[in-house]
Design a protein around this ligand. Sequence first.
Ligand SMILES: [Zn+2]
Length: 393
Amino acid sequence: MVPTIRKVFMRKLYAVLLLFIISSGFLLAILYPCIISIKIQNIDVELDFNKENAHDYIEDQLNIGFRIPGTQARKNCMKYFISKFKKIDGDFSYDIHDFTIHSTACQNLLFKLNENKKNIVILGAHYDSRARATKDSANPESPVPGANDGASGCAVLLELAEIFYEKRTKLDCQIWFLFFDAEDQGYDIGYGMDDWDWCEGSKKFVEDINNFYDINEEHFDCMILLDMVGGINLQFINEQYSSSSLLDELFVIGRNLGHVNEFPIFPHSSSITDDHKAFINKDIPSADLIINFWNNPNWPFHHTTQDDISYISSRSLEITGKTVEQFIFNNYFNDPSKDYRGNYPWEFDISFPSTEIVIFITVFFSIVGLIFLGRKYLHQKELEYSLKHQKEC
Ligand SMILES: [Zn+2]
């Protein structure tokens, strides 16, 4: 008799458990993005990002040649950026940051908009292209064109510079457009350049960052890095070094603009060593807008000779550009009628940890709790049964 009660009860318990796991998964799937989305609503503002311009800026960079550190093409690319900013305003302020890696002269390039404002937002991208296509089985010694890996982020910065310049008097922040050299020469299955590490340029820049701002008067609000933002089939990941309150906010802004595939509710999570990491280490809230580039059948051209203009999508550039544009307007538009509540100042990771962890913890504790309750109930039933049986005897 006792084993039968146990059997029936266990069957019921498993059914309840299964139902609970499924329903709690569904509930989390619905609630998690809602909790963040309710808080963050984009302000009503017209977005001007022009995808054709951005596409042209990638082509311009590719026409310059391979922007490999130490080459004339890399220098020419820097001159090209300067000419673009000078076209916006002949007095556009800029700094060239010189540094050396293994005796190769390298240069980061920094443009500043609204220098009179105290709160600084850094928008960054790397402009060097990889010297060797290490993942290209046919041509591993050939250079990478770097249409997506490098040029796309820079192109978005160039287009954003024009837009924010036009609206500069309405923005309560200083914006830095920061172009990194020497990001992409590290080791994956081979070196881009022998013995180089990843992100050399951003590390050197952060070492010297005090030379570029007034430490007593100015403050870094955040840094947003754009890396591989222009490929076909764009889908951003939940990059784990990023300040999650900042990255979450960018995701919600993108989804609010209707881009639910590009900023998925349950993104892939991974930690990427990229140019934002040096800024995180400097306690500047930072986020990396980047895709899954290592195992992605929808954009399988990373560090190959096929990372060229044929797999660039203007729409991807537009989605990235407009999301960053909206982010700046949401947070810094000096119009009191536009009420916005985001996660500023992004200094604390106030949001949930990665979705997978939230689901795991919830389900794990639910199961443990149910098993505990179930055992207690079963024990009581067995006790009742044996008492009854004893009396009958
Ligand atoms: Zn790369």
